[in-house]
Write a protein that binds this ligand. Structure first.
Ligand code: UTP
Length: 290
């Protein structure tokens, strides 16, 4: 039987962003700029380049600006048009045309698993991708999510993105157990935020997933886990225990923009990728170090 094509993505964007306070008191962390565009803009571009057509934003109170960015703004467009600001006009239009977006609300921040479950009415029984709004995977040659979707197309089972983390940091991540062959891991177990001594590996799940629709039934039955939250990792562990989960050590550079240092690293890294900015950015960095 052919594997069902994945055309929809869920973006859990309802978190409180406490690691980035006070910047995130009024501004969603997913809208913090990386160079000249919001973080989420890069992530949506990755999803679209990977073949995703429909986005489901899971938002909460105070996160309406996330929808504004991806909406048409006739007044702003007219303003730029009248002043022949064609480059900016194209940029403003691009965001609004990038993707079809619907939003669902998560009223209480009960965890990533709960946020994904909130999207159920918009996804139905279909397989879908999940992209976390503060995780950037930079790979101009092959988008991070596309790499995972290729594994889905082959196996038709859950796929998570993997990175190697230092052993002493396993307590910050969901960690996978299994056999790694090349870049592909047949995952047999997953554990959320284990102590280094209990961690089954140093391969951590990061913000990209491809999931079968049946994950929703599993999430409905998933009790609160680490931090008193409904953890997506706990639901994925059920699939792993059935031999229905894969991990993929993706190619590309990953930035965790949800914390101050990760955001700074992403800002500098992405600015250095821009030929029109790179020489001056190098100069600024040299001056700052002197
Ligand atoms: P994080 O823990 O990284 O985000 O959750 P956070 O809670 O916003 O940030 P901190 O830890 O307080 O600084 C990973 C992703 O899951 C979403 C977040 O928006 C983020 O993109 N999330 C998390 C939800 O949508 N709902 C939740 O209840 C929890």
């Amino acid at each position: 039987m052919a594997t069902q094509r994945v055309t929809r993505a869920v973006l859990p964007l309802a978190g409180l962003g406490t690691r980035f306070l006070p910047a995130t008191k009024a501004v969603p962390k997913e809208l913090l700029p990386l160079v000249d565009r919001p973080c989420l803009d890069y992530i949506i571009a990755e999803a679209v380049a990977s073949g995703i057509e429909d986005m489901v934003f899971v938002i909460s109170k105070g996160k309406g600006a996330l929808l504004e960015h991806f909406s048409k703004d006739p007044y702003l467009e007219q303003y730029l048009e009248e002043r022949n600001q064609t480059h900016l006009l194209a940029e403003v239009r691009r965001a609004a045309r990038l993707a079809k977006v619907v939003a669902v609300r998560q009223h209480d921040a009960l965890g990533l698993g709960h946020a994904v479950l909130t999207a159920r009415p918009a996804v139905g029984d279909n397989p879908f991708a999940v992209l976390l709004g503060d995780d950037i995977i930079h790979n101009p040659a092959k988008p991070g999510l596309r790499q995972l979707l290729d594994v889905w197309d082959q196996h038709g089972q859950c796929v998570v993105a993997l990175i190697e983390v230092p052993r002493e940091e396993t307590k910050r991540y969901g960690i996978c157990d299994g056999t790694l062959r090349g870049r592909l891991m047949e995952v047999t177990g997953m554990v959320e935020k284990p102590d280094p001594a209990d961690a089954p590996s140093n391969l951590s799940i990061v913000g990209r997933y491809v999931l079968p629709g049946e994950i929703f039934d599993i999430l409905e039955r998933t009790p609160k886990g680490a931090g008193g939250e409904i953890q997506l990792t706990d639901a994925l562990a059920v699939l792993a225990s059935r031999g229905q989960a894969w991990g993929y050590l993706f190619e590309g550079r990953r930035y965790d923009t949800g914390n101050v240092l990760g955001w700074l690293e992403a800002t500098v890294g992405l600015a250095l990728e821009r030929p029109e900015l790179a020489p001056q950015v190098r100069e600024i960095l040299r001056n700052a170090l002197n």
